[in-house]
Each structure stands twice: as C-alpha cells, then as structure tokens.
Ligand binder design. Structure first.
Ligand code: SF4
Ligand code: SF4
Ligand code: SF4
Length: 156
C-alpha cells in the first residue's frame, strides 16, 4: 500500500500489469522498475509522487540492486540462532529443525553455518529473497532474530 499510494492509480495497463496494485507488488519484489510506469515518469502532475516513490524504493533510477547479507564477525557470538531460524536451512537441513548443527558435508541449499564460533553465509543464491523465479519472499528472519544484530540485509 505504501508504494501504491505514489502510483497514478489509474490502472491504465501501460506497464503491462493489470492494475497499479499489481505493479506496486512487483516493485516491492524488484521485478519491475519505476520507469516502466510511463505516465508517472512522463506526466508533470505526478512529479511529486515520482520523487516520493524514488525515495521509498531507495534508488533514483529504479535499477535493480544486488542483495547482500552481511554478517559482522565482530558482533557475532556464534549462538547459531540464524542457522536454526532461516527457513531455507530448516527446509533442506533437517538437523537444524531440532536445533542441532547442520550435518556435513553441507547440503547445497544450506545458507548458514557456524564455524569456529562465527556465523558463515554459504549460499546466498538460495535465500528466499532471490530464489525460485516468481516465488521470492520478503524474508528478513535471520536479521530479525539475530540477538546481536550482527546480520544486515542490504541492496547495493
Ligand atoms: S502504467 Fe502506471 S498507472 Fe498505468 S497501470 Fe501501470 S502502474 Fe498503474
Ligand atoms: S544469530 Fe547472529 S550472533 Fe548468532 S550466530 Fe547468527 S549471526 Fe552470529
Ligand atoms: S533472508 Fe530469510 S531465507 Fe534469506 S538468509 Fe535470511 S532467514 Fe534465510
């Protein structure tokens, strides 16, 4: 709704989406760019909305950005909570479901592991934020549950 507010809300379909709400959802998932809404970019009356939307999306050109999940080694104390709560780890590394360390050799989908007392990110490409075409999710579980605030999800 936050992104939708700053779209023209005319459902003109020029972006190829059936409604402005559908466009807003794809914008949230970074599957479309702001400039694909041509009325918003071209018509003066939407200038203010365009600026607001650029601020919210966090990228002036609406270009795609690369996902980074940074683990700050200095802050991480190796508690292993991220290993257990990451839904990808839980799904593909059954040992983590019961709170155990993942089995070795690491499964190809395993995202987090704790080695020598520090969390290590193994396979970012399987993160729910980017995996499986059209099924990306706005997951932020690892960042939210890390008690030391050592994990930061960013787009750069
Ligand atoms: S082009 Fe813009 S105004 Fe038209 S439907 Fe798409 S998002 Fe809505
Ligand atoms: S949850 Fe945070 S502190 Fe615990 S292992 Fe993971 S990154 Fe380190
Ligand atoms: S964002 Fe979600 S899927 Fe991605 S690494 Fe963090 S917990 Fe796992």
């Amino acid at each position: 709704m936050e992104l939708y507010k700053f779209l023209p809300q005319t459902n003109c379909k020029k972006c190829g989406k059936p409604t402005c709400m559908a466009f807003a959802l794809d914008l949230l998932k970074r599957k479309v760019k702001i400039k694909e809404c041509t009325p918003l970019v071209e018509e003066d009356k939407y200038k203010e909305k365009l600026e607001k939307l650029k601020e919210l999306v966090g990228d002036e050109e609406g270009e795609e950005k690369e996902l980074r999940i940074n683990v700050n080694e200095d802050d991480c104390d190796g508690c292993g909570i991220c290993v257990t709560v990451c839904p990808v780890n839980a799904r593909y590394c059954y040992s983590t479901l019961s709170g155990k360390a993942p089995e070795y050799p690491p499964d190809s989908h395993q995202l987090f592991v704790v080695k020598k007392g520090k969390c290590e990110l193994l396979a970012l490409e399987h993160c729910r934020r980017i995996a499986a075409e059209g099924r990306e999710r706005e997951c932020r579980v690892c960042e939210t549950y890390c008690p030391r605030e050592a994990i930061k999800i960013e787009y750069v």
